[in-house]
Design a protein around this ligand. Structure first.
Ligand SMILES: [Zn+2]
Length: 166
């Protein structure tokens, strides 16, 4: 991970302290383009939206979520699951190209004990780098050095738009 002057305090810090946007569901609000939430939307299909994580653990941390408000993967329909898999593959290809990570964590946080601060189902794709800070350092906010996700947004938007057209 290269850190070149793009340091910022992730708004996760503010979020954790209780300054949450006043909406029922932040992902439904992004779907509805509600002005109360800062959307880092990259692209959407008829069933899913992909956005950069406003509170990234690492550069290139994105989330894929169904437009439909569901809270568990067991509520997903087969055609949604099939599309999600395709979107995952496209995401990895694009993140490889842009961020050149050395690995990924992909997953869901389900339920209140799963570390889930947003109920609306969403899949995290987190690029991992051999020289990064420890995950724990970042999530416990003992050390915070994260790229601003806004910086890579337009590049990601263009790449996803091109891939989804195919
Ligand atoms: Zn929702």
């Amino acid at each position: 991970m290269k850190v070149k002057g793009n340091l910022f305090i992730p708004s996760k810090v503010r979020y954790v302290r209780g300054e949450k946007p006043n909406v029922d569901c932040i992902l439904c609000a992004i779907r509805e383009k509600d002005k109360k939430v800062e959307s880092l939307e990259i692209c959407r299909t008829s069933q899913f939206c992909i956005c950069a994580n406003l509170y990234p653990y690492n550069p290139g941390h994105i989330m894929i979520f169904p437009l439909r408000h569901i809270e568990d993967i067991r509520e997903m329909k087969k055609k949604e699951a099939a599309e999600l898999f395709t979107l995952e593959i496209i995401s990895l290809e694009i993140l490889d190209e842009v961020f050149k990570p050395h690995g990924y964590n992909i997953g869901y946080n389900l339920g209140p004990c799963g570390g889930n601060s947003i109920k609306h189902l969403h899949q995290h794709i987190v690029p991992r780098f051999s020289n990064e800070l420890g995950f724990v350092d970042v999530i416990t906010e003992s050390r915070i050095i994260v790229d601003d996700p806004r910086l890579s947004l337009s590049k990601l938007k263009n790449l996803f738009a091109a891939k989804l057209k195919k």
